[in-house]
Design a protein around this ligand. Structure first.
Ligand SMILES: Cc1cc2nc3c(=O)[nH]c(=O)nc-3n(C[C@H](O)[C@H](O)[C@H](O)COP(=O)(O)O)c2cc1C
Length: 214
């Protein structure tokens, strides 16, 4: 999949961070991007790939293979949980791009939320700046899932970007036949990810109890 405007988008992100830091150069923030759908032709995956292309240091973590959370397993956690928790500690921000299932959060991102949140007191989410974009073929753009996911982020002490909000409705019309984001949605995505870069920079000083043990 190709995204011809990547270079331009990357430059814009760099500019935003530099300005936020008063001209001093600092390492770019590393953002973990979670895709809430496993579907091959997922609109959310296409959207996430666009956003990832705009933030070169970000990474698309595959969360589909995570075993469902079960407290009984914490005495000897599955390797996939341990790896997931360890890996997330290396990130400065989290971006969820997810569909809505039955007016709420689908299993895939919820599993990641739950696994990362335990054992109690050792949540890997604590203090990491985040945001949620929902993408749906429906008219209301996954509003329910977006709000439900944000509810968990409040509890997990993830400082979630308030605006711009991102409820991307009528998803079938947002992409061309090659899977590229087109039209006003593409402009919005660029502005959105720039806003999140600034948000991650500003909020990276929020106390992260995990950071202290790194
Ligand atoms: C179990 C299930 C429940 C769904 N519930 C909703 C819903 O509540 N709201 C909505 O807008 N779309 C709903 N959809 C439709 C999804 O938004 C649509 O399948 C979408 O394309 C999934 O995202 P993806 O393209 O990234 O895979 C549902 C789909 C499934 C499979």
């Amino acid at each position: 999949m190709r995204f011809p405007d990547n270079a331009k988008g990357a430059k814009q992100i760099g500019t935003v961070i530099k300005r936020t830091m008063g001209g001093k150069s600092r390492p770019k923030k590393k953002i973990a991007v979670f895709v809430g759908s496993l579907r091959k032709e997922s609109f959310n995956r296409k959207m996430a790939m666009t956003l990832i292309a705009l933030v070169p240091d970000s990474l698309n973590l595959e969360i589909g293979g995570l075993p469902v959370y079960n407290e009984d397993l914490e005495t000897s956690p599955p390797a996939a949980w341990t790896q997931f928790r360890q890996r997330l500690l290396g990130f400065d921000g989290v971006l969820f791009v997810t569909p809505e299932y039955n007016r709420s959060v689908p299993t895939v991102p919820k599993k990641a939320i739950d696994v990362g949140s335990r054992p109690y007191g050792k949540s890997v989410w604590d203090g990491i700046p985040g945001t949620v974009m929902t993408v749906s073929p429906g008219a209301i753009g996954g509003f329910g899932a977006n709000r439900h996911l944000r509810q968990s982020l409040v509890f997990l002490n993830v400082p979630a970007m308030q605006r711009p909000e991102a409820y991307m409705g009528n998803a079938a019309g947002l992409f061309d036949e090659r899977g590229n984001l087109v039209g006003p949605a593409k402009e919005f995505a660029a502005k959105y990810i720039q806003a999140f870069a600034a948000w991650a920079e500003t909020n990276s000083s929020v106390t992260n109890s995990i950071e202290k043990t790194r």
